[in-house]
Design a protein around this ligand. Structure first.
Ligand code: MSP
Length: 513
């Protein structure tokens, strides 16, 4: 069985500093990367910055600094954010790197060689903010200003000589591909959008610009630079050392398992990217998963609306793991989700502090006092113990399947339910009343500790730092976390010592005035 897994985030425009939407894409990708790793996969996890194009050039000009210097500075803030979010990305690509530029130019030549590129003239609407071309029917006029209907970004008219990619030629092959690979685009609703867009007809795509210079030059015609999306999308293979298909990274990880993206960039990933790859005779990624938007006050965050939530501020105030947990749990994956500080505080108090933190503290304190600070060693499971322990064993395959289906909602609900059950089990079994039956007392403690271990393993991809803190109870280290061991009823070594741990999550005092 193929035990390699390659996941990517979009590469971010360093036109402004990172916001919650970027943090969201990255945290979700990290969740999948960590899950697969603890399930025995070798994982390649790529993120980075998308640094070419007019948008970046103009942002640098506005600041009055050299464009590359500008990119260096902001790209670094994205690199720093990866650390702050505790991401386990194995590479960080910048489109200004030589490895990437060479790949893009090679891909261009492949497209040219296969007669998929020709020189002509472009005239039409262009949005610099979206770095996208729009048809007349995708434009509206508000207060005398032309804007794109979907993104509301302003558009400008451009007319210039341009190279074109024969996108129209790939309309039917793309439709066939979607049909033969029903899981290629997820969720289903987004797939339907893409299919109807492609069925509506594809026009050839302008893939070079002449009127500005910040980009990768078209090979053999230095007057043109390559369209920023053709440049950017190639990052997914340039990071694997394309065109060297014999390269170890390329062989191990292409085709990617998931390109995780936001819904606003679906067309580029589900139409243009596969068309480029088909034209260049490169295998297509296995899945494009498009998540929804994080909304603040029910609107998409944007600089112009001034409603940007800063992930760093939230992390400073509440800590990283609460933010990771909250985004993964509260934003129904695939849909838009409004975020609010109040709901974040509720999550910390009810799920993290009361449900998880409290369970860990209670059972550990009880075991320290009543089992000599050791994992009990004289135990005998009864039916009730088996019922709760067996659930992890019986559901492991389902859990894996759901994750392969990107059903994060199932995963987190499963954990929350398990925490309730574990707390209930400990309460109902009343070990404090079993002091004259040490075997029963030991068994209840052992079972509860086993469940704390299993749940901490499952929580690791979501709240890695807190999960490791909890696992200190058993001296379990990160490299020992293995998903398949949640099946094991007797993983904890009887007689080994138990450690007291610090409070995992502080409850937030809520002011109800
Ligand atoms: N540079 C392109 C991607 C190129 S990938 C080959 C780009 N960059 S971006 O910085 O504008 O956006 C990157 C990602 O952040 C996109 O997936 C976008 O959907 C996501 N988000 C930006 N704002 C968002 C929210 N408010 N909520 C959730 N994600 C959003 O597009």
């Amino acid at each position: 069985m193929d035990k390699n897994f390659y996941i990517t985030t979009p590469i971010y425009y360093p036109s402004a500093k990172p916001h919650m939407g970027h943090a969201y894409s990255s945290i979700i990708a990290d969740f999948f990367a960590r899950f697969k790793r603890i399930d025995g996969y070798k994982v390649h996890f790529l993120t980075g910055t998308d640094e070419h194009g007019l948008k970046i050039q103009r942002s640098a000009e506005k600041k009055g600094i050299d464009t590359l210097e500008f990119c260096n500075e902001i790209s670094q803030t994205f690199r720093d954010l990866s650390k702050t979010l505790n991401l386990t990305n194995t590479d960080f690509i910048r489109t200004t790197e030589k490895r990437h530029q060479e790949s893009v130019q090679y891909l261009w030549k492949e497209l040219e060689k296969n007669d998929d590129i020709y020189l002509s003239k472009y005239s039409g609407w262009y949005s610099v903010s979206d770095e996208a071309f729009y048809n007349e029917d995708e434009i509206e006029e508000i207060d005398g200003k032309k804007i794109a209907v979907l993104s509301k970004s302003s558009v400008e008219w451009i007319e210039e000589e341009s190279y074109f990619f024969r996108l129209s030629k790939w309309q039917q092959p793309l439709l066939d591909y979607y049909k033969n690979n029903p899981d290629f685009i997820s969720p289903e609703s987004r797939k339907n959008e893409v299919v109807s867009f492609v069925k509506g007809g594809l026009k050839d795509l302008s893939v070079s610009r002449k009127t500005f210079s910040w980009g990768i030059k078209v090979p053999d015609n230095n007057e043109h630079i390559i369209y920023v999306w053709l440049d950017a999308l190639t990052n997914y293979i340039s990071a694997l050392n394309y065109p060297n298909k014999e390269d170890k990274l390329y062989k191990e990880f292409w085709p990617a398992n998931i390109h995780l993206i936001g819904k606003d960039i679906l067309r580029f990933h589900a139409v243009y990217w596969p068309a480029f790859l088909l034209a260049a005779k490169i295998e297509l990624p296995k899945k494009i998963y498009s998540h929804g938007w994080i909304l603040s006050d029910n609107e998409k965050m944007s600089k112009s609306k001034g409603n940007i939530l800063d992930p760093l501020e939230i992390i400073n105030q509440y800590g990283l793991d609460p933010l990771r947990y909250y985004l993964i749990k509260e934003v129904s994956f695939g849909n838009d989700g409004n975020i609010s500080q109040e709901r974040l505080e509720d999550c910390i108090n009810s799920d993290l502090a009361n449900n998880f933190g409290n369970l860990c503290q209670r059972v550990t304190a009880f075991a320290i006092k009543n089992c000599n600070s050791k994992i009990p060693n004289d135990i005998k499971f009864n039916d009730e113990d088996f019922i709760i322990l067996n659930k992890y064993k019986d559901n492991l395959t389902t859990i894996r399947d759901k994750i392969d289906d990107q059903n994060i909602n199932f995963y987190i609900d499963y954990i929350v339910k398990s925490l309730f059950e574990a707390n209930k089990y400990f309460n109902d079994q009343e070990p404090w009343k079993k002091k004259d039956d040490q075997v029963r007392l030991n068994t209840i403690v052992y079972t509860t500790l086993e469940i704390v271990r299993k749940i901490s393993f499952m929580l690791f991809p979501i709240i890695p730092e807190s999960s490791l803190k909890a696992l200190k109870i058993f001296n379990i280290k990160e490299n020992q976390i293995e998903l398949s061991s949640i099946q094991n009823h007797k993983y904890l070594e009887e007689g080994s010592s138990i450690n007291k741990i610090d409070i995992l999550f502080k409850k937030i005092e809520k002011n109800n005035d």
